[in-house]
Design a protein around this ligand. Structure first.
Ligand SMILES: [Zn+2]
Length: 345
């Protein structure tokens, strides 16, 4: 039984010094405090939230569940009012991500991150990657990585902290070139989109990969078909892990542990809910609904009750790894009408 590395990481982040494992009670109290803080912070700093949360009494929140009394934020807010959602001056922003929706003429969504916000993501990538790759390994990243603050760049920084080397090759556009680069770099772990990784697994050049070299693959996408996981595992003799995240979450949201029975979530940085998409009320535990989250630690542009459009559920019962962290089941799709996700470069 290997407990998820997210357990000791979150335990340290919330300042729990006693006990061997993360305490659910401590995490509950930590999340209550952070939620109070972030609501107070956005009301003081952001013109959007001042209006959006007008009429909400001070000190209304005595437990995380009370957050359900607040209105949601949506993609439309990110399209139309992103500057008013900022809580710091633009000179304090080090990364702006612009997300266009494919096949839509709607204004793009914009997300703003400070250096401190990006550091939170690097820290998550560092600890999340220890789930699936050993220190001193080589990790080939088939995700955008040229720009500072891009997913590949932040993942490389996280890997450096475990004495590993990341190579941000970028998305696969030419599979011959990608296979050549892979054979030269000799990675122990691959990170990429499901269909692109499948393309590499079916490429004739894969016979040149030394037996047992690649041990794991991390797939990042909003939906990962089980058939792709099965083919990758049998064809390359690897273990496939899945990551759940989106730019709005600060790229990272959660990752499977070695038992691969749901995602463990970044619960010290993000507070997750699952709601009934029709009524907006909290979904009954164990039923699929829309994933909603609130950022607990971001400073540039915090999001309060952001509706992701993703459909998933909290898994009941505890994970065999032994953590008290919650588990979210695989994303089953998007609610109708929600824009398709787009990866940024
Ligand atoms: Zn687990």
């Amino acid at each position: 039984m290997t407990i998820t590395p997210l357990d000791p990481w979150i335990k340290a982040k919330i300042g729990q010094h006693e006990g061997k494992k993360l305490s659910a009670e401590k995490l509950y109290r930590y999340q209550t405090d952070r939620l109070r803080e972030v609501i107070d912070y956005v009301r003081r700093k952001s013109p959007f939230y001042r209006k959006h949360l007008a009429g909400v009494p001070e000190d209304f929140l005595s437990c995380p569940k009370d957050i359900t009394r607040l209105p949601f934020t949506t993609e439309a807010d990110l399209r139309g009012q992103c500057l008013d959602m900022l809580c710091v001056s633009q000179s304090d922003i080090s990364r702006i991500v612009t997300l266009f929706s494919s096949g839509s003429t709607a204004a793009p969504k914009r997300l703003f991150f400070t250096d401190e916000d990006l550091e939170l993501t690097v820290d998550f990538f560092h600890h999340g990657m220890t789930t699936l790759t050993d220190p001193k390994s080589r990790v080939m990243i088939f995700m955008p990585g040229k720009k500072p603050g891009s997913i590949g760049d932040l993942l490389k920084k996280g890997l450096m902290r475990m004495n590993s080397v990341g190579f941000a090759y970028g998305p696969v556009t030419d599979s011959d070139d990608a296979m050549d680069a892979l054979l030269k770099f000799k990675p122990h772990c691959l990170v990429g989109l499901p269909v692109q990784m499948l393309g590499l697994a079916r490429h004739p050049g894969k016979t040149g990969i030394p037996e047992g070299l690649i041990k794991s693959i991390l797939l990042s996408a909003d939906y990962v078909p089980a058939s792709i996981v099965a083919e990758l595992e049998s064809s390359l003799n690897v273990t496939v892990y899945e990551h759940y995240g989106m730019t709005e979450m600060g790229l990272g949201g959660g990752v499977q542990c070695r038992h691969r029975e749901g995602y463990h979530l970044r619960e010290a940085d993000l507070f997750f809910e699952v709601i009934d998409p029709q009524t907006g009320q909290p979904q009954i535990d164990g039923r699929t609904g829309e994933v909603v989250f609130t950022t607990l630690t971001r400073r540039g542009m915090p999001l309060v009750r952001y509706r992701t459009g993703d459909l998933a559920k909290f898994l009941q019962g505890s994970c065999p790894c032994g953590t008290s962290l919650r588990r979210m089941g695989k994303v089953k799709g998007r609610i109708s009408g929600a824009a398709k996700r787009v990866w940024t470069v």
